[in-house]
Write a protein that binds this ligand. Sequence first.
Ligand code: CP
Ligand code: NVA
Length: 332
Amino acid sequence: MNLKGRHFLTLKDYTPEEIQYLIDFSAYLKEKKKKGQPVDELRGKNVALIFEKTSTRTRCSFEVAAHDLGMGTTYLDPSGSQIGKKESIADTARVLGRMYEGIEYRGFGQEIVEELARYAKVPVWNGLTNEYHPTQMIADLLTIQEHKGSLNGLNFVYMGDARYNMGNSLMIACSKMGLNFTACAPKAYFPNAELVKECESYAKASGSTIRLTEDTIEGTKEADIIYTDVWVSMGEPDEVWAERIRDLSPYQVNKKIMENAKPDAIFMHCLPAFHDLKTKIGEDISRKFGLTEMEVTNEVFESAQSVVFDEAENRMHSIKAVMAATLGMEMN
Ligand code: CP
Ligand code: NVA
């Protein structure tokens, strides 16, 4: 499998075999790390990490992974560069492409990371846009494979805002890899029809199904995996909290939902999560709307079924695999 020189912008661009290779490469690098066997064949290379939105997992994963592989990193924070303000994306890409072997971009529209990729002449990795979060997908699929043994035929249910980066990306990842995907959400929060149609063709090829439902009991019956994400994403205005709480509260992942799924179902969340009042936003929302937990209850988040920290750890191993593969390293 040769992925050298490829961008990583959305899983739409990758075949199921290539996605499986990246999952297996992640597992291989994870095992090497656990055994204390260094894999640092990319010594002397450097990567630029552009973050126009904040991050804990993605930034730390890119930094640690690059360091482990022997590479240097430059972190450009939301205010620390000229990007988009004094310098166009195309010019930025041509400058960074002369200095770095790869560029990560986290920000707003998918068209921005696509423009970077068009001009950079080095691999560009999407660290999250409004539309997609592809590095999260490799970590999530690895986590599912670790807990369930394989991917094919599993019932995956996404609850909440299914029309944003996580809902979109999970529908693509599941339909390509043979997991039956259900978006369980109010109709207005279903993924857009064009993407659903595209994913239906992936599902047909992998022998899986796609279902959109408003019914939480019907939707989560027989689920192997229940997944949710925040109700308001980065970059969205505070004004939308009221409507999201009104519309998405019935889709909270709680004990009743987990009990309706298979007895051995796992709970997943890309994190960060609002499951208690130990955050500033959580406290503000509690004061304004009287909620103490949002998309997931603390009980489910802290339960034995919750694999969220395995998932978070796997961000690092999978981001390492994405960089290594696209920079020309092979699994051996
Ligand atoms: N899951 C995820 O992307 O986390 P960060 O926003 O902390 O990077
Ligand atoms: N939907 C969330 C995902 C965070 C990892 C956001 O865009 O803020």
